[in-house]
Design a protein around this ligand. Sequence first.
Ligand code: FES
Length: 103
Amino acid sequence: MSDFIAIAKLADIPPGAIKSFDVNGESVLIANWQGALFATQDLCTHDNGTLSDGALVDGAIECPRHGGRFSAQTGAATQMPAMFPIKTFPIKVEGENVLVAIE
Ligand code: FES
């Protein structure tokens, strides 16, 4: 079982934002889509693009390298050339703190 770790303040991740955090050596992307927070790996499964340098489009994370997209909620690849999903992590808010759980 994983423990939740506080990694950011809620105010640091406003709606529309994508940010990257190092959590125990894992690059974790936090996205705020219309007030809902999602945590995923920050590495594209197509060719290792840094997803946090991309954009948030209709609830999907768009890779800056070739335009592949992934659902921020499920990690599923939703647009080519991305074919394989990215990892997602449990995320929650306690007060002003954003916490994620990394296995
Ligand atoms: S590296 Fe992300 S779409 Fe190619």
